[in-house]
Write a protein that binds this ligand. Sequence first.
Ligand SMILES: N[C@@H](CCC(=O)N[C@@H](CS)C(=O)NCC(=O)O)C(=O)O
Length: 366
Amino acid sequence: MSSKPISNKKGEFKRQSSSFREIISADHPIYKPATGRYWLYVALPCPWAQRTLITRALKGLEPIIGCSVVHWHLDDKGWRFLEAGGEKTNGRHWFDIAGGISSANLNTSTSVADVANNAHRLLIDGTDEPHYGYKSLSELYFKTKPDYNGRFTVPVLWDLQTCTIVNNESSDIIRIMNSPAFDEFVGEEYRQIGLVPQSLEVQITEFNSWVYDKINNGVYKAGFAECAEAYEKEVTSVFQYLDKLENLLDKKYTGLEAKYGKNNKDKILARYFVIGDTLTEADVRLYPTIVRFDLVYHQHFKCNLATIRDDYPRIHTWLKNIYWQHEAFQRTTDFTHIKLGYTRSQPRVNPIGITPLGPKPDIRPL
Ligand SMILES: N[C@@H](CCC(=O)N[C@@H](CS)C(=O)NCC(=O)O)C(=O)O
C-alpha cells in the first residue's frame, strides 16, 4: 500500500528501508520486556502489518501488546485513526468489539471522499488512538524524531514508557515477538511455539529471501511499475516464482500422501506447511500475499496471468488450510479492509476508485 509509490527513473518501484530497528530484550538498555508497555499500530489492508498481527496472536501476545487499527483509507497525509466515540477502545481489538467484518458491509456506491471523511464508523473502519488521542500515524513518527523525513508506514511497534518507536520493520517485529522476550508473560502453550526452529532456520531464511523479493514485494513492483517494460518484467517474474512455489508445495503434498496415504487428508493437512511439518515464519510471511492475490493483486496490480484459486491447486490448498484451520490467520484477515484499502487509496493505479465486486467468494471453503 502506498498513496504515492516511489519509483526510479526507469519507472521501477523502489521500497524505502525502515528507519527504526531496535529490539526488545532483557539485555537492551531501554526496551525491556514488560506487559502493557508496548503497543502495535497496524493497517488491515497492509500485508506487512498482517504478519505482525498473526505472530502476536500465535504467540499469545494479544493481552501483553495492545493494538490500534488505522482507517483502511490511505491518502496523501498518510494513515489516520478514527475519532474516539463514547466507548473506550483502549486495549481491545477492532474485531473483539466489532466482531467479524464480512464483505456484506462493502458499500460499493460510497465515493472516495465519503469514505475518507467518514469518521463515525469506529471499530468497523478502524480504531482510535487511545493513548495520546493522535489523529494521524505521522504523529508517532514526529514524537519519536521531530525531524523525521521518511514515509509514515505501518506496522509500528511503540514503547509507551519512552514514547518512541521501537521498530517499524515487520520482519524485525515478528522476530521480536517470536523471541523469548515475552515468555514470562504467556502460558506454556505459547512458549512452546517457535516459528523459527533452529533446525529449519537456514531453510526458512533462504525461502523468505526469494519469497520477499519475488512474491511479497514482487506484486508491488508489478503494480506500482510506471512503465510497461518494468511492469511486464515484474509480472512475469511473479508468476515464475509462483510456479516455483507450486512445485515446492506439490513435492511436499505428494510426499505427505506417500507417507500417510492419499485418503488420509486430515493427517496430510495437519502437516502441510511450506517448510518442515509445522507452522513456521515462512508460512506467516507468505500468507498475507497469497490471501490478497486473487482479491486485489490479480486485478488491481495487474498480476492477471493466472489466479491462485483456478491455476495453482497446491498453493490454493495450502492457503485454504491455513485460513480455515488456523484462527490467528483467519481473524486477522479482513477482506473488506483489504479490498477497499487497495482499490481506493491508490489513485495512480485506480483513479476512479471503483472497487470490483468480485471475485466471489473472498476465499473458497476448504
Ligand atoms: N518495510 C516495511 C514496509 C511497510 C509498508 O510499506 N507499509 C505500507 C502499507 S502496506 C505503508 O504504511 N505505506 C504508507 C506510505 O508509504 O505512505 C515493513 O515490512 O514493515
